[in-house]
Design a binder for this molecule. Structure first.
Ligand code: ATP
Length: 267
């Protein structure tokens, strides 16, 4: 698994079933991205360009990256993930060349999805941009997007927590002209996310996920995932005294005791 901010390429292993509380967003993404990728002929017949760029916005940890990966997987598209800060710092001095390479790779391996996380750090409003380098990177990004054919072969998905901090030039027609808000999940959404992150966990019958969903107001997907992992770790710690590290194999009767219970799930 790539570290956050590290480039990631290939077809991701995430599907829509791995995303909770986002049925509206998934429907929009299917219409805006999957449809043109699978059936460019519809757009050709209508005489309109397929979208080239879609902006996902919402607070961190709500699943923007997850959604982008799932679309790439469902459309069997080549997925290239980059992050704004990575482009600006890791490739400092070569940022524009790096962007050109990424777009070239995307065209060669099409259908492709380029995912740009934290795009606001590449393309903040120009009045906020101080350096010449940043200005050149923004221009390069815009011209690369303008150079895409708009036939659904290469689609750029960008994510940001601060949509209003973006250079408005990026949101003009033919660029990121579609937007999807990724909301903080409601109770039903939180329950769906909890069900996803506990599907491979042995849960005691005293656990009431609906109750946990009800009392975790404000938790986003990443928080709920963390909560589930922590519960598993608490369960493990409880049993640790019974585990003999030098045993070649943990006895099945000990493994059977690894059951996450309601106490492990403390909000
Ligand atoms: P950031 O803005 O910090 O990049 P993000 O919105 O892209 O955040 P992700 O990186 O997709 O969020 O989410 C982090 C992790 O949290 C995911 O890998 C996933 O395990 C979990 N997660 C987040 N949202 C959801 C969700 N809606 N359903 C299931 N899991 C989720």
């Amino acid at each position: 698994i790539a570290e956050k901010g590290e480039s990631l390429r290939g077809v991701p292993q995430v599907s829509y079933e791995d995303i909770g509380g986002m049925s509206d967003e998934i429907r929009k993404v299917r219409e805006m991205i999957e449809l043109p990728m699978r059936h460019p002929e519809i757009f050709e017949k209508l005489g309109v360009e397929a979208p080239k760029g879609v902006l996902l916005y919402g607070v961190p940890g709500t699943g923007k990256t997850l959604l982008a990966k799932a679309v790439a997987n469902e459309t069997n598209a080549h997925f290239i993930s980059i992050s704004g800060p990575e482009i600006m710092s890791k490739f400092y001095g070569e940022s524009e060349a790096r962007l050109r390479e990424i777009f070239k790779e995307a065209k060669e391996k099409a259908p492709s999805i380029i995912f740009v996380d934290e795009i606001d750090s590449i393309a903040p409003k120009r009045e906020e941009v101080t350096g010449e380098v940043e200005r050149r990177v923004v221009s390069q990004m815009l011209s690369l997007m303008d150079g895409l054919e708009g036939r659904g072969k290469v689609i750029v998905i960008a994510a940001t927590n601060r949509p209003n901090a973006l250079d408005p030039a990026l949101r003009r027609p033919g660029r990121f002209d579609r937007e999807i808000e990724i909301k903080v999940p409601d109770k039903k959404g939180r329950l769906e996310i909890l069900l996803i992150h506990t599907r491979n966990m042995p849960l005691h019958e005293d656990i009431n996920l609906e109750k946990i969903a009800g009392s975790s107001h404000g938790y986003v997907g990443a928080d709920l995932e963390y909560l589930c992992k922590e519960a598993a770790m608490k369960c493990l710690r409880r049993l640790l005294p019974e585990i003999n590290l030098s045993d070649e194999k943990i006895p099945p009767e000990t493994l059977d005791k690894l059951i996450v219970n309601a106490e492990d799930y403390q909000l």
